[in-house]
Design a protein around this ligand. Sequence first.
Ligand code: XMP
Length: 527
Amino acid sequence: MTSAAHDRLLIIDFGSQVTQLIARRLRELNVYCEIHPFNSVTDAFLKDFAPKAVVLSGGPSSVVHENSPRPPASVFECGVPVLGICYGQQVMMQMLGGRVEGGKISGGGGTAEFGRAYVTPSVEKLDLLSGWFQNDEDREQVWMSHGDHVAKLAPGFEVYGTSPNAPYAVTADTDRHFYAVQFHPEVHHTPKGATLYENFVRIAGFQGDWTMGAYREEAIRKIREQVGDKQVICGLSGGVDSSVAAVLIHEAIGDQLTCVFVDHGLLRLNEADEVVAMFRDNYNIPLIHADESELFLGELDGQSDPETKRKIIGKLFIDVFQKYANQIEGAEFLAQGTLYPDVIESVSFSGGPSVTIKSHHNVGGLPEKMGLKLVEPLRELFKDEVRALGRELGLPASFIGRHPFPGPGLAIRCPGEITREKLDILRQADAVYIDQIRRHGLYDEIWQAFAAILPVRTVGVMGDGRTYDFACGLRAVTSVDGMTADYYPFSHEFLSETATRIINEVAGINRVFYDVTSKPPGTIEME
Ligand code: XMP
């Protein structure tokens, strides 16, 4: 593991919606951390992981219920600082000899508390709260979200902060460096939350040595070790993740890497040329430009069901990689730009199946089918860290800042049946839309923006004539990780100027809609 040389912090996940934010706050402090679900943290795992500190996340369960999630008792015996948050606080109290009472939600009588609250300090100061309570009112805003509450502290613990509904808002056993808070310091609405984490990792003795420079060197060493003298192929989509993975792997093993850029005929205007030029001009990486558009568009002909379309595309990607892998002597590895959120999401907390909203294209089926082993050098990184690594590797800024583009490409922005005519219209409309966004200096404020061609024709009038053309949908969202999103609040001027330009400049469209759905309940892509 590339992180082995660093001090590591373990986050034990009890299913909170915001556990990933804990990791974000810690990574911002240059601390290496990993999230693991409580049921995978065994004594043996702990020994092997050797954390320098542990954070127990929040979660939806109630410790008063039998069979509610618990960490192994050894977490409290390995001599490292532990920070419990919300459910993490309660589980800590319960396991160390305190008592928790159920609130309304779990059938008890106490009050639940959700949202903004204010913590005031005790007389005695706590190192964890250093930098807090410096405002005039001597209180700090925090974000609460709990049904149950601690009713009796575990032996050795003292109270260091209270809120009107949480007499044990901040508690600690300073001898053992166990800290337990009722609120969520990781969320934006706890303004001094980052300071609390900073204090915690300082107390635990972290050096803050998790830098992209160090990551790059370690990742290169690890890739060399894994691959030896074998050949690697890397599916390049032109997106940031696969591009960064390719450049990193190339730095590690040079000519042993061959990139395959699959043009499935579902790319944006000029995309294939731009991506191929970017790689050929900037890097001397062997690159196969596989024009497979006939194959993909042929198989998609007449298909209108979203899942069928996605599955056809996923399978054809596999076939195409297979074809090129067979042509490369000694190809034993497939490189992918898998990110940390993909890895975490794939862990089923409950152990049960989750509902498939969409079959995201990934090449998870590849290794077994092709006998290829995976090289995934970005598995430990969040998206913004991948961008930082890209900058560290010297990728052009324009490339690093590109909006995400999905594997199935324009197929999922063309609801219903896909035709070449519709794809051409869509490419033109999308190019005008993105041009508008760039001209107005909004590109970097938006997580992702694109045009879609809706499966409907409507009547319009242009000049003195009747039109009967397609409707175009515009989407632009803000997001941190693509998991949730909100629509971007363009001005009416921007929207009307853009609609006019699209209708004037793109033959085949006579009406423009702006999508104001957030995710959930919508998704970012149309299909
Ligand atoms: P949704 O539509 O699920 O999209 O809200 C969330 C993010 O994921 C991208 N996306 C994909 N990326 N293969 C990908 O590589 C896919 O099949 C795929 N489907 C959606 C989407 O563009 C957004 O950034």
